[in-house]
Structures are given as C-alpha cells and as structure tokens.
Design a binder for this molecule. Structure first.
Ligand code: AMP
Length: 193
C-alpha cells in the first residue's frame, strides 16, 4: 500500500495512550514509506499523527473542506493541502487517492468516515482494506455492537469480517496487506410480500 487514509479525532483524548499511538502510526508510516492522507488538521490526534510523520520526512496530504479552513486548525506544513467545496467531496477525493483506510481513536467525524468506507466495501463499490487500531480496547464496545447487528440480522458476518482490528499498527498493516474483499456484495431485498 502506497497511501492510506487515516481518520482520527480532532481531539486528543484524556488518556495519553491515544496520542502515543497516533505518533507510533506516524513513525511507522515514515519507516515503511507509506503516504498519509488525512483531514488536514493540526489539532488533536490528527495533528499528533501528521507532525510525527512530517518530522520523520514522510509524505502527508491533507484534504479539507473550505468550511474547516481556519488558521488555528489547519496544518500549514503539509506536503500537500487540497481544499474541497464540501465534506462529501472531500470523502470522494480521499477515496480516489488511497489504497486503504484506518481509524484511530476519535469521535463522530472518525466514525462517519470509516463507516462510509465500510459501506462502500459492503456494496462492492470499493474493495480496499479497512482497519481499526484498537488502542487500549477503544473500539471493543463498537465491535460488540457490530456483533449485535449480525445476531439480529442487520449485518452479514462476511461484511463484519471486513473490519480488520489490531492493537498494533504493524499487525494491522500486515492484515491489510493480506486482505481480499468478500465476493458477495450486499443485495437489498425489497420484495414486499
Ligand atoms: P472527530 O472524530 O469527530 O473528532 O472528527 C475527526 C475527523 O473528522 C477527522 O478524521 C477529520 O477528517 C474530520 N474533522 C473534524 N474536525 C476537523 C477539523 N477541525 N479539521 C479537519 N478535519 C476535521
């Protein structure tokens, strides 16, 4: 994988383990020569990740919609900063550039972005690997919710299995490199009986 989109918090979290992992991801990307595509912010987890990768001489592309371009949040030292008209155009631009997606700890924005990638994968529109970096079990309750969705018949196991999970970036990237997308895409049955 040459470029990976990383979605993560505009906040830094209360526990330093999250920031530490964001920096670890930045350092690993630099070491493996993986380019980062991300939200373009200099704040929170996004800033910690981008700063570490830039410090180590790596490539960082920020993609940010006009409405979020404020001097206090946008990163000014990126390899490239691309602005888009809307949030949705930003997602399309990101998807065109990357070979895979990773979410680190974050909030609504992070979940929105990673679930959009999963939805594209579920529909067979994309077949790129999608991973969660499960720092200190951060995503365990979310993974439990996905199991509820499978159990209750709202999510296919094969689609749940698209979600790659690891506590280390090294193992997560190894899983992503081996990933093959499920053959079956979701068919929505609209037949009314
Ligand atoms: P959240 O997880 O709610 O903190 O939102 C973070 C995610 O949404 C990131 O992956 C960004 O792509 C996007 N985002 C949210 N706030 C900003 C911001 N101020 N600047 C750039 N991107 C942002």
């Amino acid at each position: 994988m040459q470029k990976i989109a990383v979605f993560c918090g505009a906040s830094i979290g209360f526990n330093t383990v999250y920031k530490d992992d964001a920096e670890r991801v930045g350092a690993y990307f630099a070491q493996q020569n993986i380019g980062l595509v991300y939200g373009g912010g200099k704040i929170g987890m996004m800033g910690a990740l981008a700063d570490e990768l830039l410090k180590k001489g790596g490539e960082v592309i920020g993609i940010i919609p006009h409405l979020l371009v404020h001097e206090e949040v946008v990163h000014s030292d990126l390899s490239q900063l691309i602005t888009t008209k809307t949030m949705s155009k930003r997602k399309v631009k990101i998807s065109k550039l990357v070979d895979g997606y990773i979410a680190l700890a974050g909030g609504f924005g992070t979940l929105d972005e990673i679930f959009e990638a999963l939805t594209l994968g579920q529909l067979g529109i994309e077949n790129k690997p999608i991973g969660l970096l499960n720092t200190a079990g951060f995503f365990n309750p979310l993974l439990a919710q996905l199991d509820v969705m499978v159990k209750e018949g709202f999510l296919k196991q094969v689609n749940k299995d698209m979600v790659l999970v690891s506590e280390t970036i090294e193992d997560l990237i190894a899983q992503m490199n081996k990933y093959t997308a499920p053959k079956i895409s979701k068919v929505v049955n609209t037949t009314v009986k």
